[in-house]
Design a protein around this ligand. Sequence first.
Ligand SMILES: Nc1ncnc2c1ncn2[C@@H]1O[C@H](COP(=O)(O)OP(=O)(O)OP(=O)(O)O)[C@@H](O)[C@H]1O
Ligand SMILES: [Mg+2]
Length: 261
Amino acid sequence: MAKVISLCNQKGGVGKSTTAVNLAAFLAALGKYVLLLDLDPQANATSGFGLNPHRLERSVYHGLIGGCQPEEIIKKTPLFGCEIMPASPDLAGAAVELVNVSGREYRLREFLQRIRGNYDYILIDSPPSLGLLTINGLVAADEVIIPVQCEYYALEGLSQLLKTVELVRENLGVDLKVMGALLTMFDKRNKLCREVAKEVGRNFPYYVFNAIIPRNIELAEAPSHGQTIFQYQPSSRGAKAYRQFAEELIKFEEKIKHASF
Ligand SMILES: Nc1ncnc2c1ncn2[C@@H]1O[C@H](COP(=O)(O)OP(=O)(O)OP(=O)(O)O)[C@@H](O)[C@H]1O
Ligand SMILES: [Mg+2]
């Protein structure tokens, strides 16, 4: 059964989509079967893989509102072992369309149920809000990873996010865990950046990944070529950091598995 991981932070521009796309690429490069699910109407993860969100016949939107099977939406990517369930801008209307539907928080979870056996990992790229789309992503997930940008307000809003995870667990009856935080856009020459990283290490109540994603221009350029960093600049610092993160994540999973036997 796939481990479903939601990349979540209601703050915008912290590196959720960059992490979703490049983690998917490196997990696949390390031999895992991965589905990247784009749950954001901005569709950055979709275009990051070179797909045009405006030209899709079907997207995760059609899965959420019903009448469509996952296989009809999922597309192969140029990377072996990595598939994508793309988003389109009409996903923005899904929250309104589902407002009177009972069990609306469980739509994605139910939709993914049948294909969970096909992958090792399903990664969900969430929009920058704590609305119904994000809640669907959390309810569908086993674990949450929180990308945290190394900047002054980094920790602000994290307690609200952790509270939301708790509410989802308690009120919606799912077994959802916070796996940890990933520091992104780190600039080691910047004193504030170093202090924020230390502060997160000290005060974040869950695991903080040892892998730290540097601020790296190639990571920002890759999506404009419709490529992951693995394809665009595999020797860049950004690529090395995402590879290290993927390796750490796999090790982390193995440790949990052994601990529970
Ligand atoms: N490590 C990095 N180094 C340099 N630029 C980065 C890095 N990570 C992300 N970026 C750039 O920063 C911007 C925001 O990143 P990204 O889109 O991944 O954030 P996000 O959290 O998904 O945003 P949103 O909340 O809008 O969905 C993008 O232009 C991206 O290319
Ligand atoms: Mg994004």
